[in-house]
Design a protein around this ligand. Structure first.
Ligand SMILES: C[S@@+](CC[C@H](N)C(=O)[O-])C[C@H]1O[C@@H](n2cnc3c(N)ncnc32)[C@H](O)[C@@H]1O
Length: 295
């Protein structure tokens, strides 16, 4: 996923550094989880993972990749809906994703607020998604919530489907990196028809725990061998830069403002985006954390 500070391409190197310094352990706290890629890597190395982030869409990814330890079989859902598959051996997640890729498109919060058609009355109509993709995102998001309300999904299955959508959307967003602004000319990627992609399911049979809160508040509750800190690097808050992923994950019809249709993020401001408060928070971690390794 395109995400500022994503360590997907660095995580192997991070692991090598830990090994070269003989830092070993069984549990790992990914304190600033973001995409959850670091947690995913260490989960595959059989660590028990703890992770947290202020962003709700990050929590969705953490639930699906880190907390979940089951291959989803969608038993209830599949006995309630008729799925025609071309592939005889498709796994159950692929079947459900295939089904979602064929449902009728719908108008909803995303198409009404982030596509040119939905916002044609605005002085600057928003061009985050093509009209077609806005309707596809709404249809898929509404369907997932409906299945949840009808008790057709387990909690894990619900978050796995949401994570599939969150991972897919950035491939079709008409942005240059973050969602604080849309591009005024259509990017080639944004005019392709959105096709939902299944996520990888990672199992390690450990009691992994994930949170959607200020990690500093968790410091005295969680004990892990390794504490991994990857805070924001500057004053740029994450919540406004990823507001659309947050709204798709929550789908809570927020009040939105401005040219970009930004949701309120007062409760998601990070103290680490300010040099003074960042230092105070770091001091709290250094003082209160009880970890085997802090590097
Ligand atoms: C540099 S990014 C982490 C990137 C992550 N390592 C990855 O590979 O995707 C920093 C993350 O810290 C989160 N964050 C900032 N302050 C936080 C806090 N006090 N508690 C929890 N998460 C926080 C941000 O929302 C953002 O996702």
């Amino acid at each position: 996923m395109r995400f500022i500070g994503n360590k997907e391409n660095l995580v192997e190197k991070i692991y090598q550094i830990l090994q070269s310094k003989n830092i070993i352990g069984n549990s790992f706290f990914d304190f600033f989880a973001g995409t959850s890629n670091v947690g995913q890597f260490f989960k595959k190395k059989d660590f028990q993972i703890f992770s947290s982030d202020l962003l709700y869409f990050s929590f969705v990814l953490q639930k699906a990749y880190i907390k979940n330890n089951e291959i989803p079989n969608f038993q209830k859902l599949l006995s309630n809906i008729e799925i025609k598959s071309n592939s005889l051996f498709a796994n159950h997640l692929n079947l459900v994703v295939e089904y979602l890729n064929k449902i009728e498109t719908k108008e909803g919060f995303i198409s009404e607020n982030y596509t040119p058609k939905g916002t044609e009355k605005l002085e600057i109509p928003r061009m985050y998604f093509s009209n077609e993709n806005g309707n596809i995102i709404d249809a898929i998001r509404i369907q997932i919530e409906k299945w949840k309300d009808e008790s057709l999904l387990t909690e894990n299955e619900y978050y796995i489907l949401l994570a599939c959508l969150i991972e897919t959307v950035p491939f079709y967003a008409n942005i240059s990196g973050v969602y604080a602004a849309f591009q005024k000319i259509w990017d080639a990627r944004a005019v392709k028809k959105l096709v939902l992609r299944p996520i990888e399911i990672i199992k390690n049979d450990k009691l992994n725990q994930v949170f959607n809160q200020n990690s500093v508040e968790l410091i005295s509750e969680i004990q892990a061998d390794i504490l991994y800190l990857d805070p924001p690097y500057n004053q740029r808050q994450y919540a406004p830069n990823y507001h659309l992923l947050e709204t798709i994950a929550k789908y809570d019809n927020p009040i939105i403002k401005g040219v970009s249709g930004m949701r309120n993020y007062e409760n998601q401001k990070s103290h680490f985006c300010n040099t003074e408060t960042g230092l105070t928070e770091l001091y709290k971690i250094a003082k209160n954390a009880n970890y085997k390794y802090r590097k």
